[in-house]
Design a protein. Structure first.
Length: 225
């Protein structure tokens, strides 16, 4: 058992997440590339849901012109690590998941990185609607998720590729088998097409895929002005 919904305990999260998610650091580079392309250099109010140990928040403080930074996570232990990592920087913390957010028209950017795939379909829809509601008009929602291939063959090949990556990254065969066994049992990926349709149905005027590798896919969606 872990102290959050990921496969990695909080006190080992930053150390081990790169052994589970290929191109982990590049994912964050892509996120900030999208933010900067859409928002430019204007002051930004940013909400990071499922903030984990505060990696995105730390980078936002370093790279963006922030007017406000809010970090949310349902794990108190994750938030404790995030507070330590951000070291008294000007931001707010809330122990809440995105399925229970209650912000409205407040943020220019809302992110959900590797968090919504733990939800069932109904809860995922609620979480996305809450992120939509939290955005100002013209604001951008960015999410990264574990996504499902379209076929059983695709799932099998994807998991085999991921297992090979994990072994090369230093995980044990037992750890690798345990992680693969979580697929569609402890996290519940949907296809890229289903992600885009959910964003459109929520009311976003723009819904785009901007990254895909192994299991991870990155999406952005823009709330109509």
């Amino acid at each position: 058992m872990t102290d959050n919904k990921s496969a990695v305990a909080v006190n080992r999260y930053d150390e081990n997440v790169r052994k589970v998610i290929p191109f982990y650091d590049e994912i964050y580079e892509q996120i900030f590339s999208v933010i900067q392309a859409h928002c430019g250099s204007k002051p930004l109010a940013v909400l990071d849901t499922g903030c984990g140990t505060g990696t995105l928040g730390q980078m936002a403080l370093e790279r963006l012109n922030l007017s406000e930074l809010v970090l949310c996570d349902p794990s108190e232990k994750m938030l404790a690590d995030a507070r330590e990592k951000l070291n008294d920087q000007p931001c707010e913390f809330y122990c809440v998941g995105s399925e229970k957010l209650d912000f409205e028209n407040r943020f220019d950017v809302v992110t959900a990185i590797q968090s919504h795939h733990y939800f069932d379909r109904a809860t995922r829809e609620t979480a996305v609607k809450n992120c939509f509601k939290a955005l100002k008009s013209g604001g951008i929602f960015i999410c990264f998720e574990n996504t499902a291939p379209f076929t059983k063959c695709g799932v099998s090949n994807m998991l085999k590729r991921l297992e090979d990556f994990e072994i090369k990254a230093g995980r044990t065969p037992e750890e690798v088998r345990s992680h693969s066994a979580r697929y569609d049992r402890e996290f519940f990926p949907i296809t890229i097409a289903e992600h885009l349709e959910l964003l459109r149905q929520t009311g976003f005027a723009v819904a785009e895929l901007f990254w895909h590798s192994y299991m991870q896919s990155g999406f952005y969606a823009v709330k109509k002005v």
